[in-house]
Design a binder for this molecule. Structure first.
Ligand SMILES: [Zn+2]
Length: 71
């Protein structure tokens, strides 16, 4: 007897690791981790925003994002 498993829709990308920001727009992308980390460093300097760089599965470039807030 087969159990029916609910098919989950694709989860909205709304947390760290997403390709888009909260407005649903594509984030800035960086070709290298170093570039993304530079940008994260700048965000910290300017806004005290704690962002981390991560590689995106969607566009295979780098984005930055943080907990709680997003750029
Ligand atoms: Zn991306």
């Amino acid at each position: 007897m087969a159990k029916r498993r609910p098919l989950h829709a694709v989860r909205p990308l709304g947390r760290l690791g997403s390709h888009v920001n909260r407005d649903g727009k594509a984030k800035n992308s960086y070709r290298t981790q170093a570039e993304a980390r530079d940008a994260a460093q700048l965000a910290w300097t300017l806004h005290r925003a704690e962002l981390s760089a991560y590689r995106c599965d969607l566009c295979h470039q780098w984005h930055i994002g943080g907990r709680g807030r997003d750029d």
